[in-house]
Design a protein around this ligand. Structure first.
Ligand code: KIV
Length: 266
């Protein structure tokens, strides 16, 4: 991607659907990774609340705080030249009444320098989305499997209620969301929703019929500890490579072969 590539804004992101351009989105949590992903031409970077699981080692996304999200998002936003940068609103920051929600989302954008927030929810969150959009805060919605509701849903399960999924997606679009993530839903339902909506749908475990795709970068790079979902395609094995590099370093130090003459200052 040329270093002078034009910045993706919320309107240009939305326009990609009309132009028939598939959207590639990934998560990012730190400066060097964000810089590489941006240079690779990823269209949007999400500081997801998966930060809790893949970086902090928590069991769910629930424990991550607003301050921690801002801390990581600020590093990502500083690295990016082209991609749209979106920050997740952590649980339960958008369930606190509209004025408190606007206050928190506003702080997240001001301090992190991201361009938009993402929040989980469908028709039930339509008023919150409309309130944020009315305050000039672009919102990406997130329907289907909502990991912040893992306890209420009874686990990370495929969501199959077609009517509800369609109603939720239409409701967030009507409320002013500029895009919607569809997580863990049958591919044919996601394809139908994508055809119904004017705003882009970004799938994760939702098949190829969405307008774009998002993955957790640690999953794609093979850095996630433990099991990754079936819908992930691993493009690298950096976890294994990291461990092997550290093992080689330990062996060299213990054998007295590091540092060698070329790494020694005279
Ligand atoms: O938090 C996150 O990383 C997400 C993606 C899985 C879409 O919401």
């Amino acid at each position: 991607m040329p270093s002078n590539a034009k910045r993706i804004t919320v309107p240009t992101f939305v326009g990609m659907k009309a132009a028939g351009q598939r959207i590639a989105m990934l998560t990012a949590y730190d400066y060097p990774t964000a810089m590489r992903l941006d240079a690779a031409g990823v269209d949007a970077l999400l500081i997801g609340d998966t930060l809790a699981m893949v970086v902090q080692g928590q069991e769910t996304t629930l424990p991550v705080s607003v301050d921690q999200m801002i801390y990581h998002a600020e590093m990502v936003a500083r690295a990016v030249r082209r991609a749209l940068v979106v920050i997740d609103m952590p649980f339960p920051t958008f369930h606190l009444g509209i004025s408190r929600t606007i206050e928190i989302a506003g702080r997240m954008l001001k301090e992190s320098r991201c361009q938009a927030v993402k929040l989980e929810g469908g028709a039930q969150q339509a008023d919150v989305i409309a309130g944020l959009v009315g305050a000039g805060i672009p919102v990406m919605a997130h329907c289907g499997l909502r990991p912040q509701s893992v306890h209420a849903l009874g686990g990370y399960k495929v969501q199959r209620d077609e009517d509800r999924l369609l109603q939720d997606s239409l409701a967030v679009e009507a409320a002013g969301a500029f895009a919607v993530v569809l997580e863990c839903i049958p591919a044919e339902v996601a394809t139908k929703i994508s055809a119904e909506l004017k705003i882009p749908t970004i799938g994760i475990g939702a098949g190829a019929g969405c307008d774009g795709q998002v993955l957790v970068t640690h999953d794609l790079l093979g850095l996630t500890i433990g099991r990754t979902p079936r819908f992930v395609r691993k493009y690298a094995e950096l976890g294994k490579a990291t461990q092997e590099a550290a093992e080689a370093y330990c062996a060299d130090v213990r054998a007295g072969t590091f540092p060698g003459p070329e790494e020694t200052l005279n």
